[in-house]
Write a protein that binds this ligand. Structure first.
Ligand SMILES: [Zn+2]
Length: 55
């Protein structure tokens, strides 16, 4: 109390993305149950687009 940083709102109250088990990126959406980066949980294949030169 008194000194120090004030509580910064809902900072870190809820997380939507956690590290993905497949690509390792912090892009696995818990609510969607799918990775935004590689598509883990959404597709068995790696999420890839021709405009995204991944592999
Ligand atoms: Zn992923």
């Amino acid at each position: 109390m008194g000194k120090g940083t004030p509580a910064m709102g809902k900072m870190g109250s809820k997380k939507t993305h956690v590290p993905c088990r497949r690509c390792g990126k912090h892009a696995y959406n818990i609510r969607k149950g799918a990775c935004a980066s590689c598509g883990y949980g959404k597709t068995a294949k790696w999420r890839s687009y021709n405009w995204a030169k991944t592999h």
